[in-house]
Design a protein around this ligand. Sequence first.
Ligand code: SF4
Ligand code: SF4
Length: 513
Amino acid sequence: MNTMETPGPFKPEDFLVEAAPGVARHDIDAVRQPNARRSKADDEAVGSWAGKPAIYPKLARGIFRNVKWIVMAVTLGIYYVLPWIRFDRGAGLPDQFFLVDFANQRLLLGPLEIWAQEFYYITGLLIISALGLFLVTSIAGRVWCGYTCPQTVWTDLMIVVERFWQGDRNTHMRRDQNGWTFDRVWRKAATHVSWLLIGLFTGGALVFYFRDAPTLANELLTGTAPMVAYAFVGIFTLTTYLLGGIAREQVCIYMCPWPRIQGAMLDHHSLIISYRDVRGEPRSPHKKGDTWDGRGDCIDCKACVAVCPMGIDIRNGPQLECIQCALCIDACNDIMDKIDRPRGLIAYTTERNQESRTSGPRDGLRIVRPRTILYSVAIAIVGAAMLWALLNRSSVDVTVIPDRNPLFVELSNGGIRNGYTVKIANKHQTPRRFKIDVAGIDGLATTIIGHDDQSVPIEVGPSNVKALKLFAALPRDKAKALASDSTPLTVTVTEIDGAATSSRDTSFRSPGP
Ligand code: SF4
Ligand code: SF4
C-alpha cells in the first residue's frame, strides 16, 4: 500500500512532506499528551464536557486490525443472533436457547435453568469472569479494552460507518474543513442516521433477550408490544448512539473505572504495547541514500498517531488513554516494510523486557508468576465449587413463608393455628407429583387449602412453581406445653415418583408457656 495520501484542496502541503522516500509524513499532533491537565479556563470554556479537537482515525491494515475485525464479527454476531436460536424444551415451555424469563423468575440457557433462588450461580459466574479478566490483564494487559469491550466494538463499528459516508482520515478532514457544503451536510446526516439505526438494532436486540424474540419482534412491528419494551429500545438506541457514535474515546478516558483499576493487575511482566525508543531514537525523516547508522529507525512519519482512535502518540510512553488496540503496531510495521527496516518498532512487550533491552539480552515472557498463580487458583476454587453445586443441585425447591400478620390465630376451641405460603418449584421439564410433610411438633395437624385429601399427591407442571396455603394447628393443651413462643418446624417436599426432596426450616408461633 502506498501511504502517500491523495492530496485534497485542504492544506495539500500537509500530505506532500515525506518522512522517507514514498512515505508521507502526517501533519498530526497527539490530541492528548501524557499528564496533560486542563486549566480552569479550559474547564470554564467547555463546561463539564471534555472539549477536544476531533480525532480522525486513519484505517490501519495488518494482523491486529484483522484480529479486531474477526473479534468484532464474532461478538456482534453472537449478540444479534443469540436471542433467535431455538431450543426444544418440550410442550408448553419457551423454546428460546437463551432467555431471561423475568415473569417466571428464571434464566434459561439451553438445557440449564437457573431459578431466582439459585442466583448464586450467576454470582459465581460473575466472580469467575472478573477473576478471568484479572488473569488475562495480568498476562496480556488491556486486551479486554483493545479487542472485546462493547464500547470498543461498537465505537469501531460506528467508525466503519463514518468512513463509509465521509471517507478515511484525509478525505473526511478535507470535507470538514470545506465548510457546510451540501455534500458535507448530507454525508453527516447519513452518518448520524446510520448510527441511530445501529443503536435501534442494538436496543432492539437487547429486549429480545427478555421475551420470546419472534413474538416480541412481531409485537414491536405491529405496535402491540408492552410500553416498557418500546421505552427500553428507545433508551438503548440513544445510549448506543451517544456512547459509540458521539462520546467514543471519552467514555474510556472519563467514564470507565477499569483503566484505573487494571493498573493493580499489571506488573513488570505484563504485556503492554510499547514504542521501542532504544531502537527508534533519535528519530527523524530519512532521505534516499542516507545511512541508518547513528540514528533510530523511527522516521517520524506519525502513521502510528494517525491510526490511533484515542488520539495519542505511543512514542510518549505508556499512557492511561491507550486501550492497547494494537493498531499503531500495524501502522508502524507497514512503514518498516516500506523502508526495509525490521518490524516491531512498536510491539507487544513487557516493562521488564524494555528495561533489559537497554542493558543486555531480552527477557522472555513470564506467564507463571505469583499473581497469575493466585488468580488461576481462585478461578479453579470458585469453578470447582460451582461445578459441585451444579452436579448436586436438587431438582425440586421449596420455600416457606410464614404469615406475619397475625403471627398466629387462637381458634374457638382454644387451639393455636399458624399459616404459611409454601412454594414448590419443579425444575424438571416434565410434570411431577409431590407430598408435603411437616415435622418438629407432636400433634400438629396440617391442612392445605384446596387440597383436602392429603393422600392425593400435589402435581406441579414442568418448569413451574406451585404456591399453596398451608395451615398448621395445635390443640390448646399441646400449645400450652410448648417451651417457647417460637418452636422450630421443618417443611419437607418429597417427590412421589422419584427421590428428589427439599426441606426448609421455619417456626410455629404461639402465646408461649
Ligand atoms: S513509530 Fe513507526 S509509525 Fe510511528 S512515527 Fe515512527 S516510524 Fe512512523
Ligand atoms: S497508542 Fe496504539 S495501542 Fe494505544 S490506543 Fe493508540 S493505536 Fe491503540
